[in-house]
Design a protein around this ligand. Structure first.
Ligand code: HEC
Length: 428
């Protein structure tokens, strides 16, 4: 009978199923999920590119992937789907484990996928243009380092649309964050500041410009922190660098015992065609909190109402060492006096050492008046292993022993709308 042999086949199959091999089964996983960081010159401590690399680390690969601490990803899987989620499937995790348990066989080289070609220093393809800070910044070995700025003229004589961009720090070990702002011509922001040479807010000539240094309505081209992914906008969307703009690098360096110099740059790939939508970055911020000493779960929220229709694309939460959770929600008004309904869009188990962006797999269309809420939970207790001082009351500040609460998010709007126009609430 046809079916009679089934049980036998099932019983025998595992004996004959060959163990996964490096070239056929493991390398494709490493290429797609690990090598963005695990290759020479990137943030991970070792490359996972060759068979020798992977074999040497096979035990650790099994442990870290089974624990889901590699690849790093902090979004609660029950909320939302994200296009840049690098997480492995249970089947991929088993493949890695079976491969290691079978003695990490190499297998047949001809089974290997094409080697992944990386642009040196970048995860995006070869940039059309790399704009670097013209002068290196000297980073001391010890002590707090004030935010350091450097302004670069783009020299663009026409509007340029950016489809992808990626920050390339020269001294990765010192760059705690970098924000690259687009300063359009005519902007008064940092008008007193020098061009092409590093400066800090403290070096500005008057109180007002010292204060203004960190306050700007300029759009951001990109925020970088270790582990964050480059910007790659969906087809038909791009960020605008208006002609005649400057780029302003805001660098936060942290001393790590070794003095160094840094000359960070940004790689840009321009859109081939004029986009249908313009991407702008907004933020939900609360800077008026006081986190009590020892509090294991202190809640801070920020809310904002969208003044116009927009397509919500992605999120980038930013807290410091006491950050524990961060969520973005949509607040739907309750009907007939019912309490508002909170719809979670992203819930992050926040980890200061991994500041990641989260890109919605399906961008969400929001209407004018939609209310967004960001909620941060801070752990200022002794139980937080990274807490620099559980005895301290903590307020907003630049340094990592101060706190921040910023929920950056990207939206797409009509191509001719800029950030200021977007906030114009008068009907057009
Ligand atoms: C976003 C960047 C990034 C990605 C993607 C990534 N890693 Fe890592 N990985 C790191 C960094 C940085 C470290 C060192 C810090 C740490 O141990 O958490 C690390 C550490 C590790 C370690 C521990 C090394 C040690 O010293 O014990 C292993 C093993 C590892 N990664 C495997 C993987 C594997 C396997 C993948 C893909 C499935 C992967 N990683 C994806 C950045 C990354």
């Amino acid at each position: 009978m046809r079916f009679a042999s089934w049980p036998l086949c099932l019983a025998i199959a595992p004996l004959y199923a060959a163990a996964p091999t490096f070239y056929k089964d493991v390398l494709p996983i490493l290429q797609d999920h690990c090598q963005a960081c695990h290759r020479t010159g990137q943030i991970a401590p070792m490359p996972l590119v060759t068979y020798a690399d992977a074999r040497k680390w096979s035990a650790a690969i099994v442990t870290r992937t089974a624990a889901r601490t590699m690849p790093p990803w902090f979004a609660d899987p029950r909320t939302g789907h994200f296009s840049n989620d690098p997480s492995l499937t249970p089947a991929q995790i088993s493949t890695l484990a079976e491969w290691a348990h079978a003695g990490s066989p190499a297998g047949n080289r001809t089974d290997a996928p094409h080697p992944r070609r990386w642009t040196p220093g970048f995860t995006i393809p070869q940039p059309d243009l790399v704009i670097s800070m013209p002068k290196p910044v000297t980073i001391p070995a010890h002590g707090d380092i004030e935010y350091t700025y450097e302004i670069v003229h783009t020299g663009f004589t026409e509007d340029r649309w950016v489809r992808m961009s990626e920050v390339r720090p020269a001294s990765r070990a010192h760059v705690h964050h970098a924000v690259v702002y687009i300063r359009p011509p005519g902007s008064t922001w940092l008008a007193q500041a020098p061009i092409g040479t590093p400066f800090t807010a403290m070096s500005m000539p008057d109180e007002q410009s010292r204060h203004d240094a960190e306050m700007t309505t300029s759009d951001m081209l990109l925020v970088y922190a270790p582990g964050s992914s480059p910007d790659q906008w969906p087809e038909g969307m791009a960020k605008l660098i208006p002609r005649g703009s400057d780029l302003v690098f805001q660098m936060h360096y942290t001393a790590n015992g070794h003095a160094a110099t840094d000359q960070t740059g940004i790689g840009i790939i321009f859109a081939k065609d004029p986009p249908k939508q313009r991407v702008i970055t907004l933020q939900l911020t609360n800077s008026h909190f006081r986190i009590p000493p020892g509090d294991p779960s202190y809640r801070v929220e920020a809310r904002g109402t969208l003044p116009n229709d927009a397509l919500l694309l992605s999120f980038f939460p930013h807290l410091h060492l006491r950050g524990k959770e961060f969520s973005y929600n949509l607040v739907h008004p309750g009907e007939n006096g019912a309490p508002p309904k909170i719809e979670p869009l992203l819930e992050v188990n926040y980890n200061f050492f991994w500041q990641l962006s989260y890109r919605l797999a399906e961008p969400r269309s929001l209407q004018a008046g939609a209310e967004l809420q960001a909620v941060a939970i801070f752990d200022n207790s002794r139980k937080n292993a990274h807490n620099p001082d559980p005895e301290a009351e903590v307020v907003w500040g630049d340094q990592t022993y101060n706190e921040m609460m910023v929920g950056f998010f990207d939206i797409a709007v009509a191509p001719d709308v800029d950030k200021v126009q977007f906030f114009d609430r008068t009907p057009h």
